[in-house]
Design a protein around this ligand. Structure first.
Ligand SMILES: NC(=O)c1ccc[n+]([C@@H]2O[C@H](COP(=O)([O-])OP(=O)(O)OC[C@H]3O[C@@H](n4cnc5c(N)ncnc54)[C@H](O)[C@@H]3O)[C@@H](O)[C@H]2O)c1
Length: 270
């Protein structure tokens, strides 16, 4: 990254892909490592020379404290937002809160820190493209207002409510992240900053292991995935590194799919 004042923030840094990103960026900037799990994030911070910052990304006050800490530490160079939960981990409302509202809170808080060269990579998922109701304007209108106090109530009254189904809640939350990133890019671009979403396919992390344990869906997906294997957290960290680098200086406002071809396999039925 270069400038000694550069700060790279990684959320979800205690596990999986966030942890791999923390290791990838170790020694290259001031690292601020954010996670709900204070003990595990402390261990990653010790291993990478980063600064641990225990926080729940759905806690607006704590997210504001994080932004203030980053501002006092240096220059916002990159935000890698990997914190998230999957369908087996929580009730639908909590999935929407963490995966969607948490992302919106972070982007809101970091907006005032944006300087030329700042980059954000927000983790979405290929699940966003695999859900029922995608493209329904009534659903998108609700999802496009993620900080509304009545988000959950507005979703509850929809004909196909994600509050009845954690997998739907997850897919919609991630679809909303892709859309939020797309809407944010035009406001960051004139300030010399970039933002992308990254949609992993099935990546070998503790999260994927928990999803695999409850049913055959992931094994079935691997059968139709052209590379016939799960990705590794390091393969994702390598793409994140590229997206945050100046080599990616013309990439903004898009979703980058890194899935070993899973979505292509689903589309073509191979
Ligand atoms: N693993 C996959 O196959 C896969 C596929 C598609 C998308 N994703 C997405 O990639 C991201 C990273 O997933 P992973 O597989 O590395 O997961 P993981 O479970 O290994 O790690 C996620 C980390 O996020 C933290 N976290 C959860 N809720 C939080 C909160 N409210 N505040 C702060 N930290 C919180 C957890 O403590 C954990 O350390 C997630 O957004 C996930 O939805 C994962």
């Amino acid at each position: 990254m270069g400038d000694p004042d550069d700060v790279i923030i990684v959320t979800g840094a205690a596990s999986g892909m966030g942890r791999a990103c923390a290791h990838r960026f170790a020694g290259r900037a001031r690292l601020v490592l954010v996670d709900l799990d204070p003990v595990a994030v402390e261990a990653v911070a010790t291993a990478t020379g980063g600064h641990p910052f225990a926080a729940d990304v759905t806690d607006a006050e704590r997210v504001a404290e994080l932004a203030a800490f980053v501002a006092s530490t240096g220059r916002f160079r990159a935000l890698v937002h990997a914190a998230g939960i999957s369908p087996v981990m929580a009730e639908p409302a909590r999935i929407l809160e963490v995966d969607l509202r948490g992302t919106a809170l972070l982007l809101d808080a970091f907006d005032r820190l944006v300087v030329p060269g700042s980059v954000a990579v927000c983790f979405a998922s290929i699940a966003a493209t695999m859900i029922a109701g995608a493209g329904d304007p009534a659903i998108d209108a609700v999802l496009d207002d993620p900080l509304a106090d009545d988000l959950v109530e507005r979703l509850r009254v929809l004909e196909r409510s994600p509050l009845d189904d954690p997998a739907l809640a997850y897919g919609w939350a991630k679809r909303a992240v892709v859309r939020l990133v797309r809407r944010t890019a035009p406001t960051w671009g004139p300030r010399g900053a970039r933002i992308v979403s990254l949609s992993p396919g099935v990546i070998d992390t503790p999260m994927a292991a928990r999803e695999e344990a409850v049913g055959p869906m992931i094994a079935q997906l691997m059968e139709t995935t052209p590379l016939h294997r799960e990705g590794t957290a390091d393969e994702i960290a390598a793409v994140v590194d590229f997206l945050c680098s100046t080599d990616a200086s013309y990439i903004t406002g898009v979703d980058i799919v890194v899935d070993g071809g899973t979505t292509a396999g689903l589309a073509t039925g191979i």
